[in-house]
Design a binder for this molecule. Structure first.
Ligand code: ARG
Length: 397
């Protein structure tokens, strides 16, 4: 039987050409698999037929939108995950979701090799291959753009010569990756880090500077899971989609940053993630109300480490799994409502309500009815500051 290679297929130029290119390089038959993580655009069936027309022996498509929201975006919300304090891990979350389908398809077709369309300079190649190694340690990975020098120009020439049913003219100057959790735009004129982003590059968000009425939303969480918007029950996918619309219309979630890639390069990235930013902002504030201080402080370190592991492609790894256990436990009481104003590019919390609240009005109030015993404060401070005081006696002498 001819060897088979399973390719993660997007329907775009590079992976369409990769089908024939891989077949020529390896002599193998290529099976294409396209995974819908909410990237929008073309119908999955159109993509499936294109893969076949480009020479795939079989083509499979998977609607993984709910799976992506429930199993990948939700843990990121519970972790308040923001790489370098800003980036909600949009692309980093989708790779392990795609890898799962890639490996399952390889198993189904008895393939020993999987392939992806990444270059050799980015994080995504690491995420694909580290993920494949974790889920199918016996599988081999190939990346035609990186391993067979399949440049853009050569890909266009290949597509034209083979008359593949794919547009070769429409050349966007940007490298874009998008899914339901957000959108990443890089390259082109953005590579000059002094250049400001232009309005044209945004698709998920309206210009935050345009005057408009503010929007107000109440997000309800149950144990860290967003379960309702304005009292109407939603799935995690619906929560992200609806907040993409509403927060996106207010210009929320635009991020322009220089970030540290795993491969050592600093790169300029523009992101838009309106739903993700609204949900994480709300979730964070509900934690402020419901999570005990020491747990909350420690969780911040865990969140940062969790985000780095996911960014670095270690979704399927022992430490990430163990931290998931911690994050799950810490979300046990994160139940309640957060009211937010979405306006002018910002998602601002204006109210919180929770049956699990640790906020005690009688302890916090400065009005009469205060139950906090202020007479205990002085003794507490004396002992709390004692070691610093003893050291100061020596240091100031
Ligand atoms: N720099 C981001 C990340 O590593 C976005 C990558 C986007 N991928 C792309 N092919 N444009 O998560």
């Amino acid at each position: 039987m001819t060897e088979r290679v399973v390719l993660a297929y997007s329907g775009g130029l590079d992976t369409s050409v990769a089908i024939g290119w891989i077949a020529e390089e390896t002599g193998a038959e290529v099976v294409a698999v396209a995974v819908d993580v909410g990237q929008g655009g073309e119908d999955l069936d159109v993509i499936r037929k294109r893969a076949l027309a480009c020479g795939a022996v079989e083509a499979e498509v998977a609607d993984a939108k709910d799976e992506f929201a429930d199993q990948y975006c939700l843990p990121a919300i519970k972790a308040n995950a923001l790489y370098m304090d800003r980036y909600p891990l949009v692309s980093a979350l989708s790779r392990p979701a795609i890898v799962k389908h890639l490996v399952a398809t390889a198993r189904k077709h008895g393939a020993g090799v999987v392939a992806h369309g990444c270059t050799g300079k980015g994080n995504d190649q690491v995420r694909f291959e580290a993920g494949v190694q974790a889920l199918g340690p016996d599988l081999k990975c190939i990346a035609p753009v990186r391993d067979y020098a399949m440049t853009r120009d050569k890909a266009i020439a290949f597509a034209e010569k083979a008359t593949l049913p794919i547009a070769t003219s429409k050349k966007s100057p940007y490298s874009i990756d998008q899914n339901v959790f957000g959108r990443a735009v890089e390259t082109g004129f953005l590579e000059d880090i002094w250049n400001a982003p232009i309005e044209d590059i945004y698709e998920y968000t309206a210009n935050p500077a345009t005057p408009r009425e503010a929007d107000e939303v109440v997000i309800s969480f149950k144990e860290g899971v967003p379960v309702a918007l304005d009292g109407t029950p939603v799935t995690v996918l619906q929560a992200i989609q609806q907040l993409n619309e509403r927060a996106g219309a207010q210009g929320v979630g635009r991020i322009d940053m220089v970030e540290d890639r795993l491969v050592g390069i600093k790169s300029r990235e523009v992101y838009e993630a309106p739903g993700a930013i609204a949900l994480i902002t709300a979730h964070q504030e509900l934690e402020n109300v419901t999570v005990e201080r020491e747990l909350a402080r420690y969780k911040r370190q865990v969140e940062q480490r969790w985000g780095e592991l996911v960014y670095d492609g270690l979704w399927f790894s022992p430490l990430k799994r163990a931290l998931d256990g911690f994050i799950e436990e810490a979300n046990q009481y994160v139940t309640g409502d957060i009211r937010m104003t979405l306006h002018g590019g910002r998602a601002v919390v204006t109210g919180r309500k929770s049956e699990q609240s640790l906020y005690d009005f009688n302890l916090a109030t400065y009005d009469s009815g205060d139950t906090f015993d202020q007479s205990k404060a002085q003794g507490f401070i004396d002992i709390f500051a004692l070691s610093a005081k003893i050291a100061a006696r020596r240091d100031l002498a």
